[in-house]
Design a protein around this ligand. Structure first.
Ligand code: NDP
Length: 308
């Protein structure tokens, strides 16, 4: 039987509807809307799309959404100066620096820029202070992608407490915070990574399997216990006919989409997993829209916390 589809687009739309009145109430109380400042350095096509979607979502909910652009050739000092001016701007409650920063800023630049963001305005939840508060289960601002995954599980009434959750990926922005959020909801959590021995067997123990790897179609049926919930965080683009043929059958919607557009998106989970999983997030339309809804939620949360 095909897995239940966890429709992130629909859930995100409901969350946006719930948040818009909160933004309006804040504006009425404080004489200004919650404000988000996004720093975009360079000209990556993917980053442009992510940033446009975040700004649009935040603006449509009645918040201020401002874009601060830096050239591909901008220096680390310029990026730091932009962040500091946003830290000092009282109409900005949330600051988001779009990753990746241009390679020319040097190794470790991203960490330095994230560290420069005022923790009270860190709507990405990447600052060491917020990461530490998350460990202690008292964070206000939590990384948007894992937060969105939890929101989706809870709103789709998928039980977490007492379940075994396996998270594949241990990045600071997805895997680790995801594992902590599951742990805080009383799951038993296993974190896997590139050095895990017999990963399919480990993954097969999961009632909830989260794939945050960055490898197209990596999680096959062999990784999935029948009936498990599978959350596919990965976003990978396939742009050759051979790659598309490796994953999608002739006559499928993805093949038609590739013929029209020249590329298709695929997650870290192989399409065949639909045959064994109990519930599964699609890519696109699963975790992605939730991530953006959580940027909005964190912007309002940061505004409310700063106003107190
Ligand atoms: P990172 O590259 O930072 O981390 C990837 C993780 O996957 C690492 O921990 C790595 O292990 C692990 N990994 C890589 N190869 C293997 C393997 N062969 N076996 C087991 N584990 C492996 O990626 P991110 O966490 O930033 O992102 C993960 C994916 O999520 C990407 O596709 C990204 O595009 C997507 N993403 C989607 C978002 C959304 O809104 N939907 C938002 C953010 C990210 P190790 O630590 O050992 O190297």
């Amino acid at each position: 039987m095909a897995a239940r589809r966890l429709d992130g687009t629909a859930v995100a739309a409901r969350i946006r509807e719930e948040l818009a009145p909160k933004a309006a109430a804040f504006a009425a109380r404080h004489g200004r809307p919650p404000g988000l400042g996004v720093v975009l350095a360079g000209s990556s096509a993917a980053s442009e799309i992510y940033v446009r979607n975040k700004l649009k979502t935040v603006a449509e909910a009645g918040c201020k959404a401002a874009l601060f652009r830096l050239d591909e050739s901008a220096s680390l000092d310029e990026a730091l100066a932009t962040v500091r001016s946003l830290n000092a701007d009282d109409t900005i409650d949330g600051i988001l620096v779009q990753s990746p920063l241009p390679a020319g800023m040097g190794k470790g630049a991203e960490q330095q820029v994230f560290d420069a963001v005022d923790p009270a305005k860190d709507v990405d939840g990447f600052h060491a202070i917020n990461a530490g508060l998350l460990v202690q289960k008292r964070a206000t601002l939590v990384a948007c992608t894992p937060l969105g995954c939890i929101e989706l599980l809870e709103r789709e009434a998928i039980p977490i407490a007492g379940r075994h959750a396996v998270v594949i990926g241990r990045s600071d922005i997805v895997g680790k915070p995801m594992a902590l959020l599951l742990l805080h909801r009383d799951a038993t959590v296993t974190i896997c990574h590139s050095r895990t021995t017999d990963l399919p067997a480990m993954a097969r123990q999961a009632d909830i399997l989260v794939a945050a790897i960055g490898r197209p179609g990596f999680v096959t049926k062999a990784f999935v216990k029948p009936g498990a919930t599978v959350i596919d965080v990965g976003i990978n683009r396939l742009d050759t006919a051979d790659d598309v043929a490796r994953f999608f059958a002739e006559g499928s919607a993805k093949r038609r989409q590739f013929a029209e557009k020249g590329s298709v998106l695929i997650g870290d989970v192989h399409p065949e997993v639909e045959e064994v999983a109990g519930a599964l997030t699609p890519v696109p339309g699963g975790v992605g829209p939730l991530t953006i809804a959580m940027v909005l939620r964190n912007t309002i949360a940061a505004a409310e916390a700063r106003a107190q």
